[in-house]
Design a protein around this ligand. Structure first.
Ligand code: PRX
Length: 649
C-alpha cells in the first residue's frame, strides 16, 4: 500500500438532529460533547474514575482508576465487582424490579417476558446448577445456543460465579466448536436440542455431539429443550437444562471478583487461519458498555430497545445483554430470521412491541431495500425514535432509504464503528448532538482518541486515507488474545508503535468526521461478519481433490462482500458439478456464513517471483474488473488471461 489510501466516496448531505430530539437528549449540546471528550482525552483516569464510581456498583472500591501504559493498562485495580450483579441485583432495589428486562419473541411466534426480578431468579438458579456441575470461578464455558432467553441467563450465570463464557455463533460447524473448545480448554458446553431459522431446525446438539470427539477438555453438556427434536443424550455427560433447574435454590450471591477478572472470550477472525480469542475483563468492559449504550442510544427508562444482532457476536454481547441490562433497560430479543414467515417480520415486531430504538446492520438494510417498501409500509413504525447501524460501512443510498422509509425522516441514525476487540462503540454520532452525514460514523466518543496514519505512523491531513489507530487506551478494550499474549501484541500494537491498530482504512474529513473504508488486511466482511481469507483457504485445501486455493472478497449487492475462491485441483480441471461440492465442503468445515459465492477452478494462480499470491489481481478478476496497476512482478502473464476465461459459479 502506498502512504495514503485513495477514497472515492464524496458525500455532502448533512442531517442535524431534530430540535425536539436534542431538547430531550441525555447529551444535548456540542459544548457538552466537547467538554466530555476533552476531559476524557486530557484526564482519562479522572474521567473514567468518576464514571466508574457513579455508574457501577462496587463490593469494594478500586484503588486506582487506570494503571500502566497501553497495551498493558489495567483499570480500576483493587476493586471488587460482578457483572451479573451490575445487570440485575442493583435494579431490584429500585422500581425497576418488576420492569421487563428481556422481551423475547421466538421465530414461531412464541413470546416470553422476564422482569428484572424473574431474570435474577433464573440466573441465580442456573448459577447454582453450574456450581453443582463443578464449575468454578476462572473455568471456561462454551455456549453454543439459539437466540433464546436461556442464552442470556447462561451468560449472566457464568458472570455471577466468575466463570468465563465463550459464545460460539450457532451458524458455526462442529470443527469450529472443537477448535474453540480446545483453545479455551472449556470444561462445559451449554447448547440446545436445536434452534429455529426460517422455519427449519438448526441441529445444534448434533453439531456439539460431532465436536465432542475432538474436545477432550469438555466434561459435561447442558441441553436446553427448544425445538423438541429427538437428540441423543450421552449418559453422565449430557443433562437437560429443565431437569437440572428443578428444585434448585434461587439464592446465589454474586461472587466478588477483581475488576480485571476475565468476563468472556469471544473468537473472531484475524488475518491468519487460527481464530483469535479476544478476552474482555469485568469492570472496564461493564463501564464501557454501560456508558456507550446510554450515550449513543440516548437510552431512557421508558424505551423499548431492540438490537437485531445475534448474541453469538460482540454486538449481541454488548448491546443486547450487558449494556442494556446494566442500564435497567427493556431489551428485545428475537430468535429468528427477518424474512420468516415473510419479509415484514421485523416491522411486525416493531409495531407489536412499539419499539423505540432499533439497531441493525447494513447487510440487513440492503435486504430490506431489495424486498421492497411494501413490507415496512404495512406496519405502524411511528414508535421508532432512533435508528442505528453496525458492522460495515453503510453505503449512502442505503442510509437514505433507512432514514426515509424506516425512520420517517424523523429519527436520527447512529452509524456506530467498533470491533470485537474494542468491546463497545468507539466512533458514532451522539443522536442529540451530531449532524450526521450518510456513510460516516462521524466523531469519536468521549475517551476515544483516534488518528489516521501512514504505514510509517505519520499522521495524515484531513481527507487523506490511511490506517485507523487509537492513540489512548480505553476501559473496555481487549486485554489479550486468550493464551497468546505475543499474538495480541503483534496483531494490534506492533504495526504502529504506541498505538492500537484497528485493521481498518479510514479518512477524516475537514469537520473531523471519520469515514471508514474497510479492512486493510486479509479479513473479509461478509454480511457484517468477519472471516479470514486464510480460514476459508485452509478449509478448501482440506478437501482431498484440492491442491491450492486463494480466497478474495468481491463487492456483493446484499452481503457487502462475497467470497470468491480460486482453486487449483490436484488433477485436471473438474466438471462444474464439483463446484457445489466444494462450496458444501467449506460450509461444513466453517459454517454457513463462510459458504463461497464463487468457485473458480484454475491450473495456476498469479504469483510474484518470490511466490506470493497477487491478491490484488484476483480481487479485480473476482469483481469483473480489468486489472489496473502494476503487474510487472507477475511470474507468468498467461495465468491472468486463463483465469479470466474461467466461469464464475
Ligand atoms: O471493518 C470494521 C467493520 O467491522 C469490523 C469489526 O468487526 P467485528 O469485530 O466482527 O465487529 C462488528 C460489530 C462491532 C471493523 O474493523 N465495521 C464495524 N462497524 C462499522 C464497520 N465499518 C464501517 N462502519 C461501521 N459502522
Amino acid at each position: 500500500m502506498s502512504n495514503a489510501i485513495e477514497s472515492v466516496l464524496h458525500e455532502n448531505r448533512s442531517f442535524p438532529p431534530p430540535e425536539e430530539f436534542s431538547a430531550n437528549a441525555l447529551i444535548s449540546s456540542e459544548e457538552q460533547y466537547l467538554q466530555m471528550w476533552t476531559r476524557a482525552k486530557d484526564e482519562p483516569a479522572a474521567f473514567w474514575g468518576d464514571l466508574a464510581q457513579s455508574e457501577l456498583d462496587w463490593f469494594h472500591p478500586f484503588d486506582e482508576a487506570m494503571q500502566g501504559e497501553m497495551p498493558e493498562t489495567k483499570w480500576f485495580t483493587g476493586g471488587k465487582i460482578n457483572a451479573s450483579y451490575q445487570c440485575l441485583d442493583r435494579h431490584l432495589k429500585t422500581w425497576r424490579k418488576n420492569k421487563a428486562a428481556i422481551i423475547w419473541e421466538g421465530e414461531d411466534g412464541a413470546q416470553r417476558t422476564f422482569t428484572y426480578q424473574e431474570l435474577h431468579r433464573e440466573v441465580c438458579k442456573f448459577a447454582n446448577v453450574l456450581k453443582k456441575l463443578g464449575v468454578e470461578a476462572g473455568d471456561r464455558i462454551t455456549l453454543y445456543m439459539p437466540m433464546v432467553p436461556e442464552l442470556a441467563i447462561a451468560m449472566l450465570a457464568c458472570a455471577r460465579i466468575g466463570a468465563t463464557h465463550s459464545i460460539i455463533f450457532g451458524g458455526f460447524s462442529a470443527d469450529a466448536i472443537s477448535d474453540r473448545n480446545n483453545d479455551a480448554q472449556s470444561k462445559l458446553v451449554i447448547t440446545a436440542d436445536g434452534g429455529w431459522r426460517r422455519g427449519k431446525e438448526v441441529p445444534l446438539k448434533a453439531n456439539v455431539d460431532a465436536s465432542m470427539e475432538k474436545s477432550p477438555s469438555v466434561e459435561k453438556v447442558v441441553v436446553v429443550r427448544r425445538t423438541g427434536a429427538d437428540v441423543s443424550m450421552a449418559p453422565d455427560r449430557d443433562y437437560w437444562w429443565h431437569e437440572l433447574m428443578e428444585g434448585v435454590d434461587a439464592d446465589c450471591p454474586a461472587a466478588q471478583l477483581d475488576s480485571e477478572h476475565p468476563l468472556f472470550i469471544l473468537y473472531t477472525s484475524g488475518s491468519t487461519g487460527k481464530p483469535k480469542g479476544v478476552l474482555h475483563t469485568t469492570a472496564g468492559y461493564m463501564l464501557g458498555v454501560t456508558m456507550t449504550t446510554r450515550w449513543v442510544f440516548d437510552l431512557k427508562d421508558e424505551d423499548t430497545y431492540w438490537c437485531t444482532a445475534d448474541i453469538g457476536w460482540i454486538t449481541g454481547h454488548s448491546y443486547i445483554v450487558y449494556g442494556p441490562l446494566s442500564n435497567g433497560a427493556t431489551t428485545l430479543m428475537y430468535e429468528g430470521a427477518p424474512n420468516w414467515p415473510d419479509e415484514g417480520r421485523f416491522w411486525n415486531i416493531v409495531e407489536k412491541y412499539a419499539v423505540n430504538i432499533f439497531y441493525t446492520a447494513p447487510t440487513a438494510i440492503r435486504a430490506f431495500i431489495k424486498w421492497g417498501d411494501e413490507w415496512p409500509a404495512k406496519y405502524d413504525l411511528s414508535s421508532l425514535r432512533l435508528l442505528g447501524t453496525v458492522g460495515e460501512p453503510i453505503n449512502p443510498e442505503a442510509w437514505m432509504w433507512y432514514h426515509r422509509t424506516i425512520g420517517g425522516e424523523r429519527c436520527p441514525i447512529v452509524d456506530t464503528w467498533w470491533q470485537t476487540e474494542t468491546g463497545g462503540i468507539m466512533i458514532s454520532p451522539l443522536p442529540g448532538v451530531t449532524a450526521t452525514k450518510p456513510g460516516s460514523c462521524t466523531r469519536p466518543l468521549p475517551g476515544v482518541v483516534p488518528a489516521i496514519v501512514t504505514e510509517e505512523g505519520e499522521e495524515l491531513e484531513a481527507n487523506q486515507g490511511g490506517l485507523l489507530v487509537m492513540t489512548q487506551p480505553w476501559p473496555h478494550m481487549l486485554r489479550t488474545l486468550y493464551g497468546d499474549h505475543d499474538r495480541f501484541l503483534e496483531t494490534y500494537f506492533s504495526k504502529i508503535p504506541g498505538c492500537y491498530f484497528a485493521g481498518d482504512g479510514a479518512r477524516r474529513d475537514k469537520d473531523g468526521y471519520y469515514w471508514v473504508m474497510g479492512r486493510v488486511d486479509d479479513v473479509l466482511n461478509v454480511s457484517g461478519h468477519r472471516l479470514s481469507t486464510m480460514e476459508v483457504e485452509s478449509a478448501l485445501v482440506s478437501h482431498d481433490a484440492i491442491a491450492e486455493a486463494a480466497v478474495v472478497g468481491f463487492p456483493h449487492e446484499l452481503k457487502g462482500e462475497g467470497i470468491c475462491c480460486f482453486v487449483i485441483p490436484k488433477g485436471d480441471i473438474p466438471p462444474d458439478e464439483m463446484k457445489e461440492e466444494v462450496k458444501q465442503h467449506v460450509r461444513q468445515q466453517i459454517g454457513a456464513i463462510a459458504t463461497p459465492d464463487q468457485i473458480r477452478f484454475t491450473n495456476a494462480l498469479p504469483k510474484t517471483r518470490s511466490g506470493k499470491i497477487m491478491r490484488r489481481l484476483l480481487r479485480d478478476i473476482a469483481a469483473g474488473k480489468e486489472s489496473a496497476g502494476d503487474t510487472t512482478t507477475l511470474e507468468d502473464y498467461t495465468v491472468l488471461a486463463k483465469l479470466r476465461e474461467q466461469d464464475e459459479g
